[in-house]
Ligand binder design. Structure first.
Ligand SMILES: CSC[C@H]1O[C@H](OP(=O)(O)O)[C@H](O)[C@@H]1O
Ligand SMILES: Nc1ncnc2[nH]cnc12
Length: 305
């Protein structure tokens, strides 16, 4: 692949976002990774400038994969295998705060994990290699900061009143059922601002693969904490999903070129590179060659003999 045709940015589309706009299809690829196939074939497409990006639908092109069954390891590994350095992940979320209205965008900076251990959450799981990734800042701070003014600009121009909220905390629940009212209120007390079923283990796996990762969340509902209101239903979510997805496409179409071009600037795309160096327990003869080979798929720097 020539320097110009590198695919540096990957986009993961969530509920309602199954394609991007204004792109020319280059090809579809479906890499079989050591963790299986991704949710759907990955579309490599070109922006009008020629810049290429990779797009992957988290729940499959026809939304056939439930949040607990998303093959997140294969998704992240497949994007990494294409040369992607950073991922913009879109997600439909419930709001746990009055000021975050349906239709608003959120760039969270923290996560509370309420998944139930049923999702494979590490590339090292089941191998003879042990690693403890640093996850205190679960998103790539510089990338998130870079996005703030760009997303705000798009919302000001095209958002019809949609606001951008930053420095918020996303609760990731297991689902597929929505939360009880008691849980929804508890998450607010814990400091949660928005809630979804998808950011984990995606963000953890991106970190293990040394990829930049930011979540662009769009609020669809007020979950179930408001006493006087009905609790959230999927129908409530669907009502705003299409609008949110269209605005997300506008965000992507507006910023992807500049983001790709920013690859060399201040490590916006590469701030996680090197982060696993001190997370992997030192090599020992007890580590199996086959496991090291498997891990070389995502971390060739550390696992190529
Ligand atoms: C359709 S409502 C619940 C569903 O929507 C969100 O999906 P995504 O994050 O992929 O946009 C949420 O996480 C749940 O999976
Ligand atoms: N209320 C909610 N809870 C969990 N995930 C969601 N995705 C959209 N709305 C949600």
């Amino acid at each position: 692949m020539s320097e110009e045709s590198k695919v540096l940015v990957g986009v993961i589309g969530g509920s309602g976002l199954y394609h991007l706009d204004n792109l020319t299809l280059i090809k579809q690829v479906n890499p079989e990774t050591p963790w299986g196939f991704p949710s759907s074939p990955i579309t490599i497409c070109a922006l009008p400038s020629g810049t290429q990006v990779a797009f992957l639908a988290r729940h499959g092109a026809g939304h056939t994969i439930a949040p607990s069954a998303v093959p997140a390891r294969a998704n992240i590994a497949a994007l990494k295998s294409l040369g992607v350095r950073a991922i913009l992940a879109f997600s439909a979320v419930g709001s746990l705060r009055e000021e975050i209205a349906p239709g608003d965008f959120v760039l969270p900076s923290q996560i509370i994990d309420r998944t139930k251990g049923v999702r494979p959450a590490s590339f090292f799981e089941g191998t003879s290699v042990v690693a403890h990734a640093s996850f205190g800042d679960p998103f790539s701070n510089r990338l998130v900061h870079w996005l703030e003014s760009r997303v705000a600009g798009v919302l000001a121009a095209h958002g019809a009143g949609a606001k951008l909220h930053t420095d918020k905390c996303v609760v990731c629940m297991e689902g597929p059922q929505f939360s009880t009212r008691a849980e929804s209120k508890m998450y607010r007390q814990w400091g949660g601002d928005i809630i979804n079923m998808s950011v984990l283990p995606e963000a953890k796996l991106a970190r293990e693969a040394e990829l930049g990762y930011a979540l662009v969340a769009t609020a669809t509902d007020y979950d179930s904490w408001r006493e006087a209101e009905d609790s959230v239903t999927a129908a409530d979510v669907f009502k705003v999903l299409q609008n949110n997805a269209q605005l997300s496409r506008t965000v992507a179409a507006t910023i992807l070129d500049e983001l790709h071009g920013a690859a060399e600037e201040g490590g916006i795309l590469t701030e996680q590179v090197g982060s696993m160096k001190f997370s992997i327990m030192p090599r020992s003869e007890k580590q199996k060659d086959e496991d090291r080979h498997k891990l070389s798929y995502i971390l060739p720097t550390y696992f190529t003999d």
